[in-house]
Design a protein around this ligand. Sequence first.
Ligand SMILES: Nc1nc2c(ncn2[C@@H]2O[C@H](COP(=O)(O)OP(=O)(O)OP(=O)(O)O)[C@@H](O)[C@H]2O)c(=O)[nH]1
Length: 304
Amino acid sequence: MAENTDQDRVETYRSGYVALLGRPNVGKSTLLNHLVGQKISITAPRPQTTRDQILGILTRSDGQALFLDTPGVHSGYRSLNRHLLRATRGALESADLGVLVVEALAWTADDGEALRWLQRSGIPILAVVNKIDKIKTKERLFPYLQSLSERADFAAVIPLSARKTGDVERLADVLIPLLPLSEAVFPEDQVTDRNMRFMAAEIIREQIFRQLGAELPYDTAVAIDSYQVENGQQRIEATIYCRRSGQKAIILGEGGSRLRVIGSRAREALQQLTEERVWLGLWVKQKEQWTDDPHILRELGYDD
Ligand SMILES: Nc1nc2c(ncn2[C@@H]2O[C@H](COP(=O)(O)OP(=O)(O)OP(=O)(O)O)[C@@H](O)[C@H]2O)c(=O)[nH]1
């Protein structure tokens, strides 16, 4: 009996990448938070390596939706720099499904721009009409939904309130069947892959602090350059940035001895956390102006 159930699950389970687009303030973050719930797990990390950053993971018995970050749309189209454009384009290239989030009864040029981005990508699009709780006269909603449906060939148009759990669950009921047939990509208790990079940087920072104590230069920062999983091994490369050459010498210690201790303690802590083998490559770079370097800021998570 149990075997049959497992077999059914393999044949009907759906999993895929979902790009959430919409102009600022339509409620994307609220929607995502309610879709994936609040629990962030660090117990079973499988960091994302080949695709763009995943912002949130929704796992249900019938499927798993991996929501991709689209920083460009978050920041407003006009202020897009090249990096943000690339990230948004990357998310759309990776996505199996696009979700256009709009606000009930409103349609602006930015909504149109978000729709065009989705249409250019050629993926199926689901429209979410958010904040219906704000509408006093519900009769006004129907013609709005009608005209929205005519703007594109949407797979579905879902009016809801992102704040209402029941509404968001109904959205998931429609969204999951639109994903490709595929096994789950992530363990079911994981809701994001962001946290592992963040945790790795925190653990390295903690070891620098322990080894340097009072000598710790306050403007030291840890950037995770890459985080990959290969054959059950977590492979992490990180750079410790400091501003002065004297600080670099302190962190390295004699013949690199202090950096070795920082690295091996951090590696042990990471192995305990991930319950997998960890390879940790640590570098120290002196860069006076690291706080102005967009690449470093991005690695530190200050880009969006
Ligand atoms: N009344 C009502 N307000 C909502 C709903 N969903 C979101 N909001 C509010 O709308 C505002 C914007 O929501 P966010 O989730 O931050 O919107 P966003 O699209 O992520 O905004 P950006 O991060 O600027 O792109 C917040 O004040 C939310 O509380 C809803 O269903 N009903």
